[in-house]
Design a binder for this molecule. Structure first.
Ligand code: COA
Length: 328
């Protein structure tokens, strides 16, 4: 029989973040790089970003953000830890099992590498595992320490990226519950693999910024539009558009194409820069903490990044308080 029990869904019940304490302003960067505050602000919308102290890695930020998300959900355990990152602590093994152990969790744990789309990929994968019955409750973390892979002498990337982590708790629940993930779509185009890359013989990230920019605007717009439609929304129904925080001008262009007024676009890029896999959960946590998104809001998440990869998720925002944490 169908109809008596609504299909199970993955529901967001907790949200946390972690930012390193050290703030790097545009003026700080201009002291050793041929750039200036006015250029960075006008071309990207970034005013400052955070950087980890020596000895702090992705796992440290992920543990803090994960603990904050569990606290926000009022939970102490989960049976899946999924860490989206391109800057794992080690090449092998994955960082997620160590994060799980440090949180005292005997959970399945794995890393997921989809660059700046990693969090939306992770959310979608964890939701599928929950609805399939593989796990009951998942901690999905996006954490990256791009200061470890960016060339400090490359003004095209050094000004853009920052370090950070954000996390959500996803639980098995009902599709009509606030926080339920309603629809998601993912995509990739490997013909653009060389646009954002760390070559096998290199240590630093390279990015063909202008080309990525153009691809990001068109792809994010299409992905957002398609997922809104899949959720049964018109783009006008979107209360908060939370796009990957790569560049404020990209977010403005996408919003304009979607017909969304600026007040429906969530952005914290001025404060944190592009934090890669952490970008969307950090933007969510900041927006929730500031009351910028509220329970009942229709929220659309759209990511785009290296691979090329992209993805979007639609959900109605739950009554969840973000727990914030800062570490050295
Ligand atoms: N300060 C001053 N000048 C800079 C600079 C900086 N930090 N970085 C680049 N420039 C210069 C370039 O050398 C170039 O000079 P030229 O015209 O004399 O050759 C000029 O500014 C324009 O460079 P360009 O790379 O075309 O700038 P841009 O407007 O595209 O901005 C990015 C560069 C990286 C900010 C932008 O391309 C971007 O945000 N790209 C998308 C990134 C993205 O979406 N990533 C998603 C996955 S992470």
């Amino acid at each position: 029989m169908t109809g008596t029990h609504p299909a199970p869904a993955a529901v967001v019940t907790g949200l946390g973040r972690c930012l390193p304490e050290t703030v790097v302003t545009n003026d700080d960067l201009s002291r050793h790089l041929d750039t200036d505050h006015a250029w960075i602000l006008s071309r990207t919308g970034i005013e400052r970003r955070r950087r980890v102290a020596p000895g702090t890695g992705t796992g440290d930020l992920a543990v803090a953000a994960g603990a904050a998300a569990l606290k926000s959900a009022g939970r102490e355990d989960c049976d899946l830890v999924l860490l989206a990152t391109t800057t794992p602590d080690l090449r092998c093994p994955a960082t997620a099992p160590t994060v799980a152990s440090r949180l005292g969790l005997g959970a399945a744990a794995f890393d997921l590498s989809a660059v700046c789309s990693g969090f939306v990929y992770g959310l979608t994968a964890a939701a599928a595992m929950i609805t399939a019955g593989t796990c009951e409750r998942a901690l999905v973390i996006g954490a990256d320490v791009y200061s470890s892979i960016v060339d400090p002498a490359d003004r095209g990337t050094a000004v853009v990226f920052g370090d950070g982590a954000g996390a959500v708790v996803l639980e098995r629940g009902r599709r009509d519950a606030p926080g339920a993930l309603l629809h998601a779509e993912l995509g990739s185009d490997g013909t653009g693999a060389d646009l954002i890359t760390i070559p096998a013989d290199g240590t630093h990230l390279t990015m063909r910024g202008r080309e990525v920019y153009t691809r990001a605007v068109t792809t994010m717009t299409e992905s957002a539009r398609s997922v809104a439609r899949g959720a049964g929304w018109s783009t006008d129904d979107i209360d908060a558009f939370v796009g990957h925080q790569a560049n404020l001008r990209i977010l403005a262009s996408v919003a304009k194409r979607l017909g969304l007024p600026p007040e429906r676009v969530v952005s914290n890029i001025a404060e944190v820069g592009n934090t890669a896999a952490a970008s969307i959960p950090l933007a969510l946590a900041d927006a929730a903490a500031a009351g910028r998104i509220r329970a009942g809001d229709r929220v659309l998440l759209t990511a785009f990044g290296g691979g090329l990869t992209w993805g979007s998720t639609a959900l109605v925002w739950p009554d969840t308080e973000a727990v914030c944490d800062v570490r050295r």
